[in-house]
Design a protein around this ligand. Structure first.
Ligand code: GAL
Length: 387
């Protein structure tokens, strides 16, 4: 063999190695790209708990389209706990055949045919919270099953995980997801255990920061207003998750649900409706589909808002937006209506060029450097302030 031939072989080996090296990372998905803005969709748990079925999911997908939620940006239809019953002899997870007679793959095809995406739920521990089979020691196998079914989103819970380390366990799913045949949004649901905002940004697309929400003003506001300080951990691809929405489930009045939506939007929180989409009142529909409020949540800058002022339980929160404007929420957590003032200098503005009320869809008159308005009890005035 000539020296030249040896050199050629050596060179082609180098380029082969380089190609192989540059191929393997390219095979894994750009996970951040899956959630450049906070995920929007629906999840079965808050309203239906274990009463999930193929019929419910199909009807919900239909309703997401016909109600206008899809047009407003909602796209994931997420099945929560109780869809699974056992494991086959080879360890493959088995869906409840009575409730999902056509199987999950066919269901994903149906949901995709509506231009929507389907999500699924499991648990990193030995059982789910409702005692269905957990994914412990089946992490990659389960992810591959979901990918083969065409799932687009997975929420992974943390029940029956005694003695396990969330960072170690969730990394197994992250690695399996990176190699999965289908890109899947990764929702970590360990209720804030071991500060997931510290390791979550390298692990998944969103991580729960608290225990479960319920359909009361007390619980919703406790969770929502406790998020201050977590803003530095969120950004495009990676979001703090203060839990799913309760809007439309009946336990709060309109002003309280406005607070819920406005606060979640300022927090750049995932917007996962948790009500029955098949039977929404016009008021619920309006709360969930307000384009100006959703634009605050989905703003491409991806900055989570924070509290800039508080006096007792009167609070002002601000979220900077991509076009240089600011969303400002004046929240009244007291038991009576209150006059609240916002000083534009708080956000470095002397005199806004435009001031808009996002719930009322109207431009407001600016006089001086303060805006004063009455905020209803448990309610919010949500403003957009333009430089
Ligand atoms: C909880 C979780 C809820 C729901 C429930 C299902 O741990 O926080 O969002 O998924 O389990 O059993």
């Amino acid at each position: 063999m000539t020296i030249r031939r040896v050199a050629e072989i050596a060179l082609s080996c180098v380029s082969t190695v380089l190609i192989v090296c540059s191929l393997s990372p390219a095979q894994s998905h750009d996970s951040a790209a899956l959630a450049l803005t906070p995920p929007m969709g629906w999840n079965s748990w808050n309203k239906f708990a274990c009463d999930v079925s193929e019929k419910l999911i199909r009807e919900t997908a239909d309703a997401m389209v016909s109600s206008g939620l899809k047009a407003a940006g909602y796209q994931y239809v997420n099945i929560d706990d109780c869809w699974q019953v056992s494991r086959a002899a080879d360890g493959t997870i088995v869906a409840d055949a009575q409730r999902f007679p056509s199987g999950l793959k066919a269901l994903a095809e149906y949901v995709h045919s509506k231009g929507l995406k389907l999500g699924i739920y499991t648990d990193a521990g030995r059982m789910t919270c409702q005692k269905r089979p957990g994914s412990y020691e089946h992490e990659a196998q389960d992810i591959n099953t979901y990918a083969a079914w065409g799932m687009d989103y997975v929420k992974i819970d943390w029940c029956y995980a005694e003695g396990l380390d969330p960072e170690v366990q969730y990394a197994k799913f992250r690695d399996a997801l990176a190699q999965a045949a289908h890109p899947i949004v990764f929702s970590i649901c360990n209720w804030g255990v071991k500060a997931p905002w510290r390791w979550g940004p390298h692990m998944g697309n969103l991580w729960r920061t608290t225990g479960d929400i319920n359909d009361t003003y007390e619980r919703m506001s406790l969770i929502g207003f406790s998020q201050n300080g977590l803003e530095k951990f969120a950004g495009p691809g990676h979001w703090n998750d203060p839990d799913m929405l309760e809007v439309g489930n009946g336990g709060m009045n309109r002003d309280e649900y406005r607070t819920h939506m406005a606060l979640w939007a300022i927090l750049a929180a995932p917007l996962l409706a948790g009500n029955d989409l098949r039977s929404m009142t016009p008021e619920t529909k309006e709360l969930l589909t307000n384009a100006e409020v959703i634009a605050v949540d989905q703003d491409p800058k991806g900055t989570q808002g924070h509290r800039v002022w508080e006096e007792g339980t009167l609070e002002i929160w601000v979220k900077p937006l991509a076009d240089g404007s600011y969303a400002v929420g004046l929240f009244n957590r007291t038991e009576a209506a209150f006059k609240m003032s916002f000083d534009f200098k708080t956000i470095g503005i002397e005199h806004p060029s435009k001031l808009r009320d996002l719930w009322e869809h109207k431009d407001l008159t600016v006089q001086g450097d303060l805006y004063t308005t009455e905020v209803p009890t448990h309610g919010v005035v949500l403003l957009r302030v333009y430089r």
